[in-house]
Design a protein. Structure first.
Length: 329
């Protein structure tokens, strides 16, 4: 019997129009373009400004792009998995809202909360649904409206993050292409360095939590940086080793776009030249769960059938991981 694998057969993306440039941030906080570029690599980020719009409003156009490309009806989607840390609301799941807005009446859906590694966790989960033979069309979307949880008076965080959505369609493949292997990791000790203090069941929202700015991202940047450099590089190297792959076999590295210095360290550790690394942090910043699919979206025309691609991420939790894909389209 032929083994079924799960392959990405279409990609969609969405970024809001408004560009928050380094020059504009210079007027908001005590920072400067030079510092931001050299310490992070970010030049501008997209921000979803319209009142009343949330993560689902970015995920929907990203998925609609896929449906259009595949000439598919929303009713053909079996499952929607949404990776996000900025759901439209605490419940129901944003995947349900997305399904409703799309008219995906035959799909079940749920959210995955693994911060910047969310897309990898969701992709691996979606692939397992396909590999089981139970489902045919699984949509995985990574989306975050980080501007909804960023304190724009905090120069340490507001310069990094942006808003956006990227989605992929997973379908069956019988040629041995698609998602080949994944290593996912987490360590709850890392929660102390990167989190949101209030708004959950431990510290529900009160006037005090709002006044204390506890509904914004809290990050100990230097500590996260150290763990991220090691975690992302180690797991990527482990993935190559266990699959007998060398740098020469890899066509593309798709790294989480948190900081250009972390991306460079991961590429160096894997022995990959810069030409093989997807980098779009300069134009979108860190869009959390959306960085990986937005890279694939930006580079889709350059990908060739059979290309070996490694996706790698590190984020809040801590969560981290790497996935090997043999490009199928
Ligand atoms: O995606 C999820 C995972 N997150 C990450 O991977 C993020 C990892 N961390 C980072 O990317 C970096 O730690 C940051 C970009 C957040 C910060 O860069 P850093 O090189 O670690 O800076 P730092 O926090 O060590 O600060 C160095 C200096 C400090 O000044 P002093 O104390 O040396 O005088 C900061 O106050 O830079 C100052 N600084 C700034 N200066 C200008 C911090 N933020 C800014 C700023 N503009 N925006």
């Amino acid at each position: 019997m032929t083994q079924i694998s799960a392959a990405i057969t279409a990609v969609g993306g969405f970024v809001p129009e408004y560009r928050l440039t380094n020059a504009i941030l210079e007027t908001m906080v005590d920072t400067n373009d030079e510092w931001i570029r050299t310490r992070t690599g970010v030049e501008e980020r997209r921000i979803l400004k319209e009142p009343g719009k949330g993560s689902s409003d970015m995920a929907v156009p990203a998925i609609q792009e896929i449906l259009k490309k595949k000439n598919m009806a929303a009713t053909e989607i079996d499952c929607i998995i949404c990776a996000t840390v900025t759901p439209d609301m605490v419940f129901p799941a944003t995947a349900n809202v997305i399904g409703d807005k799309l008219g995906a009446t035959n799909a079940f859906g749920f959210d995955v909360g693994a911060a910047c590694s969310g897309f990898l966790y969701a992709l691996t989960t979606g692939a397992a649904f396909i590999e089981s033979g139970r489902y045919k069309n699984v949509v995985v979307v990574g989306v975050d409206k980080m501007s909804s949880i960023i304190d724009y008076t905090d120069r340490a965080t507001c310069i990094i993050f942006g808003d956006g959505a990227g989605a992929v369609l997973l379908q069956t493949n019988e040629e041995g292409l698609g998602i080949r292997d994944s290593i996912l990791k987490s360590d709850g000790q890392g929660r102390h360095y990167l989190h949101m203090k209030a708004g959950g069941s431990v510290r529900p929202a009160t006037v005090e939590t709002v006044m204390a700015k506890e509904h914004f991202v809290y990050q100990e940047g230097q500590a996260v940086f150290k763990f991220a450099v090691k975690g992302m590089a180690d797991v990527s190297a482990e993935l190559l080793e266990r699959n007998g792959l060398t740098a020469d076999d890899i066509a593309w590295l798709v790294p989480h776009q948190a900081n250009l210095r972390i991306i460079d360290a991961t590429a160096n550790r894997m022995g990959l030249p810069k030409e093989k690394v997807m980098i779009n942090i300069q134009k979108y910043g860190n869009t959390t769960a959306a960085t990986l699919p937005l890279c694939i979206w930006d580079w889709q025309d350059q990908l060739k059938k059979g290309d070996n691609i490694v996706l790698a991420a590190f984020g809040g939790g801590f969560t981290w991981g790497a996935t090997w894909i043999k490009w199928a389209i």
